[in-house]
Design a binder for this molecule. Structure first.
Ligand SMILES: [Zn+2]
Length: 61
């Protein structure tokens, strides 16, 4: 039996708003892309969007 782990590094698109249910935080409260913990919050379409101040990755939380 072959044992292998395929890790697909997804490129983060800052124009896409990721959903935390589909993309849970790898490290809670940290950006998946750059692992920084500084965000700004945006309300968009009644959703709270967390935007990374460093790389611009957006996630609805
Ligand atoms: Zn980031």
């Amino acid at each position: 039996m072959t044992k292998g782990v395929i890790i697909i590094e997804k490129e983060i698109d800052s124009s896409v708003i990721y959903d935390i249910n589909e993309y849970p935080d790898k490290n809670s409260g940290r950006c998946d892309n750059c692992n920084k913990g500084h965000f700004k919050s945006i309300i968009s379409e009644r959703k709270l969007i967390r935007e990374c101040r460093n790389c611009g990755m957006k996630k609805s939380i």
